[in-house]
Design a protein around this ligand. Structure first.
Ligand code: BEZ
Length: 238
C-alpha cells in the first residue's frame, strides 16, 4: 500500500455515527462517544504539545469552555503525544503563559493521548501530505445521538476560529429545534431559511402569502424572522 493510503485510511463523514474508541486522557479514561450521549461534543486534534499555534488555540478554547458547556457542548482534544507531555504542557500554559489578556488558564477538558495513532487514524486526522508524524487540526462536531454533524480540517500553520466553532454548534441546534436552515454568516437573531415547499402550487401560495415575517426572494428561497431570544432561550443553559 502507498504511504499516504496506509496512514490516512478512514475519514468519518457527516451523517455517520462517530467511530467508537476507548482512550486515556488528562481527565481519566473515556469511552467515546458513549460517555457523551445526550451532549453535543467537539472532538478536535492538534499537531503537537509545546508548539505556539496549538498553545494559542488551547488558551482560547479553554477560556471559552464554559460558553460551550452552556450550549450543552463538551470539548475533547487529542494529539499523538503521550500523557506526560500533555500534563507538562498544560501545566506550563497555566503557570507561565500570558497571551492576549489570557493568563492562569486551566484546561479542564480531557486531552487524549494517542501515541499509537489509533484514534487519529480512525478519524482521518493523519494527512501525510501535510505531516507524517503529527495530526492536522481536525474538528468533529458530534450531536447528542453520536452522529457526526460537521467536519473541518485545517493545516498545521492555521489556527482555528473558535467563535466560528461556537456559531456552528448554535446553528446546528437551531436547525434541529426550529426545523430551519441558516444562511451565510448567520448569527442568532438573523433571518433563517424555511424549507422549500414541496410543490409549485405551495411555493406560489407561499410567495404570495401575507404571512407575517415571511420573505420570499424566489420560489426556492424564503426566509423568516427568528428572534435571538427565542433561539438562545432554547439552546443556552442559564
Ligand atoms: C504550532 O502549533 O505552532 C505548530 C505545530 C506543528 C507544526 C507547525 C506549527
Amino acid at each position: 500500500m502507498e504511504k499516504y493510503e496506509e496512514q490516512a485510511s478512514a475519514m468519518p463523514r457527516i451523517g455517520e455515527p462517530a467511530p467508537e474508541f476507548k482512550a486515556v486522557t488528562t481527565q481519566g479514561d473515556i469511552n467515546f462517544p458513549s460517555d457523551y450521549k445526550g451532549s453535543w461534543v467537539i472532538l478536535f486534534s492538534h499537531p503537537a504539545d509545546f508548539t505556539p499555534v496549538c498553545t494559542s488555540e488551547f488558551m482560547t478554547f479553554a477560556t471559552m469552555e464554559e460558553q460551550f458547556n452552556r450550549a450543552n457542548c463538551k470539548l475533547v482534544g487529542l494529539s499523538v503525544d503521550g500523557l506526560y507531555s500533555h500534563i507538562a504542557w498544560l501545566r506550563t500554559i497555566k503557570e507561565k503563559i500570558e497571551y492576549k489578556g489570557m493568563k492562569d488558564v486551566e484546561v479542564k477538558f480531557p486531552l487524549i493521548e494517542d501515541i499509537t495513532m489509533n484514534v487519529a487514524k480512525k478519524y482521518g486526522m493523519m494527512m501525510p501530505g501535510e505531516s507524517d508524524t503529527k495530526a492536522v487540526r481536525a474538528v468533529f462536531v458530534i450531536d447528542p445521538e453520536g452522529i457526526i454533524r460537521t467536519v473541518l480540517y485545517y493545516p498545521l500553520s492555521l489556527g482555528r476560529n473558535f467563535d466560528e466553532l461556537y456559531r456552528i454548534v448554535i446553528a446546528l441546534q437551531a436547525a434541529d429545534e426550529f426545523k430551519i436552515a441558516t444562511p451565510a454568516d448567520w448569527q442568532p437573531g438573523d433571518e433563517v431559511i424555511v424549507p422549500t415547499a414541496g410543490s409549485c402550487g405551495v411555493a406560489k401560495e407561499r410567495m404570495e402569502s401575507n404571512e407575517e415575517d415571511l420573505k420570499c426572494y424566489d420560489w426556492f428561497f424564503c426566509t423568516r424572522k427568528l428572534d435571538k431570544e427565542k433561539v438562545l432561550n432554547k439552546i443556552i443553559k442559564k
